[in-house]
Write a protein that binds this ligand. Structure first.
Ligand code: PGA
Length: 269
């Protein structure tokens, strides 16, 4: 097994947030797919459009290298929850991944650790791979609480989680204060949290299941800095917001990610 991460795969997750209309999303998916067409196996590319665009982007992804992800799900299976979207609905439209607990939802919609935990359990129970977002705010970091916040969010999100069979889970370390700023943290700085998250996940799930948890970095990732992050085995991919909205830029990120796998000899990793 590799030193820091757990597998040869590297992830590139595009989070389009609430930035694009349905037709724009479909067109971007087509462009990104065309640009990523050369890549194979070692890199997992996941496109996460907004709910209304899921079906059309899913249609573009079908049979391609790109997988479909949803930006959120509700924790109940079904019922009287106006405005919510269930895991089963997302799955029916082709989603394989679900972002859960993004800091924008925690900040703007009051999502708590307990809600995030219920969503993680629902995603797994419905056959979606959760991408659980954790990360400290600037205030928390300045107050010296960074590690406590990150570890606490991971422990809360994974409460009661058991990975069965070949089930996988992703944790995205996203320092909240660099999201959307164009200024990522230093890779060495991210590695500190990745190492803490890895140890916490091992402690919660045990060694065997923890090997199916992949830890990625998010926060102002672009084609200029992604290679620096991927030099570290602890960083198993990236969650990309702003830079995923430009096909050329995103395909560069995907290509650099792919290169980081094949270039270093995937069988050796
Ligand atoms: P950013 O967003 O790449 O625009 O910083 C990342 C995220 O919010 O997941």
């Amino acid at each position: 097994m590799k030193k820091g991460g757990t597998s040869n795969k590297r992830y590139v997750i595009a989070n389009w947030k609430m930035q694009l209309g349905v037709s724009e999303s479909e067109a971007l998916a087509q462009d990104e797919l065309a640009a990523c067409g050369e890549l194979d196996g070692g890199v997992v590319v996941v496109l996460c459009p907004s709910f209304p665009a899921l079906e059309r982007v899913g249609g573009v992804c079908l049979g391609s290298l790109c997988a479909l992800g949803v930006q959120d799900i509700f924790w109940e299976e079904k019922g009287q929850y106006t405005g919510e979207v269930s895991a089963a609905m997302a799955k029916e439209l082709g989603a394989q991944y679900a972002i859960v607990g993004h800091s924008e939802r925690r900040a703007h919609l009051g999502e708590t650790d307990a809600m995030v935990n219920k969503k993680v359990l629902r995603a797994l129970g419905s056959g979606l791979i959760p991408i659980v977002c954790v990360g400290e705010t600037k205030e928390e970091r300045d107050a010296g609480r960074r590690d406590a916040v990150v570890e606490g969010q991971v422990r809360a999100a994974l409460r009661g989680v058991k990975l069965v069979g070949s089930q996988e889970l992703l944790v995205a370390y996203e320092p909240v204060w660099v999201i959307g700023t164009g200024q990522a943290v230093e890779p060495e700085d991210a590695v500190r949290s990745h190492t803490l998250i890895r140890a916490t996940v091992r402690d919660i799930l045990g060694e065997a299941s923890a090997a199916r948890v992949h830890i990625i970095y998010g926060g102002s990732v672009d084609s200029k800095n992604v290679g620096d992050f991927l030099k570290y085995p602890e960083i198993e991919g990236t969650l990309v917001g702003g830079a995923s909205l430009k096909a050329k830029e995103f395909s560069k990120i995907a290509a650099i990610t792919w290169q980081s796998v094949v270039g270093s000899g995937s069988s050796q990793r």
